[in-house]
Design a protein around this ligand. Structure first.
Ligand SMILES: Nc1ncnc2c1ncn2[C@@H]1O[C@H](COP(=O)(O)OP(=O)(O)O)[C@@H](O)[C@H]1O
Ligand SMILES: [Mg+2]
Length: 265
């Protein structure tokens, strides 16, 4: 099972309220409200530049948000005093960051470390596991993503799809409360996309809580009961796939966006 941390009843695992983020004078997030319940998968779709990556980076506090609130399990992510916008110490930020696992478009594996060593690194350095225990956890998760026979391979000896599966194994091995996936298949050759999405589907079935940015619309329909459409730094519309993708439903913007995809109804 994944997500072993103790549940707090009634509080969504991830709660965003009126989140605002600007780069200089340019607003990029303009008041985002979003809840993700424990065990739920929410996908975010939307045109390029609509703020999807920025939103995920704010949840991980890789970006400082300027307004509103982001809480994981009821705990504010970046601020120890929200009203005065006093940030947490680096140590506290590191602790909060470890509650989210993030996988990016580019694989970001250490090239000089094997698949197993890439997964072990955070377990040893951050989670303070012994090398033996870290190796066992790495072996478990690399098996889960179908890479039992690649434990001791370097990233350069792996395909893009295999590297991305190592990236997923590395993120879940840390036992995060929520997994954040940002277009994790968009740098892959088309024939390698399926093997990576299959791993995500399997994690969803196992009850992993996930916030998934994707441009794979069919995959979004399959993996999540709730899809959020972002446009221009705001949530334009959201709902179950059938409802959101119904022919006469949603804003002009959503219909224009969806017109680019051929959908299975
Ligand atoms: N570091 C940055 N500095 C200035 N502007 C940025 C920065 N990162 C992103 N932006 C701008 O913020 C907007 C949203 O970007 P992003 O979150 O990457 O959108 P998406 O992931 O939906 O394509 C874009 O207009 C982008 O140019
Ligand atoms: Mg992006």
């Amino acid at each position: 099972m994944v997500g072993t941390s103790s549940p707090r009843n009634g509080v969504p695992l991830l709660r965003l309220r009126n989140v605002e983020k600007s780069y200089g004078d340019v607003p990029v997030l303009r008041g985002v409200d979003l809840d993700v319940e424990r065990g739920q998968v929410v996908t975010i779709i939307g045109p390029s530049g609509s703020g999807k990556t920025t939103l995920l980076r704010c949840v991980n506090f890789l970006e400082v948000y300027n307004g509103g609130s982001i809480a994981i399990d009821g705990e504010e992510v970046g601020y120890r005093d929200l009203a005065r916008r006093r940030m947490r110490s680096e140590r506290e930020l590191a602790r909060m960051r470890a509650e989210t696992g993030m996988v990016f478009q580019m694989f970001n594996l250490f090239p000089h470390l094997t698949a197993a060593e890439n997964v072990m690194l955070g377990l040893v350095k951050v989670r303070r596991k012994s090398r033996g225990e870290a190796r066992d956890i790495a072996t478990h998760w690399l098996k889960q993503v179908g890479l039992t026979d690649k434990l001791d391979r370097l990233p350069s000896e792996l395909s893009g799809g295999q590297q991305q599966r190592v990236g997923i194994a590395r993120a879940v091995a840390m036992d995060p409360k929520i997994l954040l996936l940002d277009e994790i298949t968009s740098a892959l050759d088309p024939e390698l996309v399926g093997e990576v999405l299959d791993v995500v589907l399997k994690l969803a079935e196992q009850g992993m809580t996930m916030l998934v940015v994707t441009h794979e619309i069919v995959f979004a329909q399959e993996v999540s009961k709730r899809i959020v459409f972002m446009a221009d730094g705001m949530i334009d519309s959201e709902g179950p796939p059938d409802q959101l993708f119904a022919p006469d439903h949603g804003s002009e913007r959503l219909r224009t966006f969806l017109a680019r995809f051929r959908l299975h109804h």
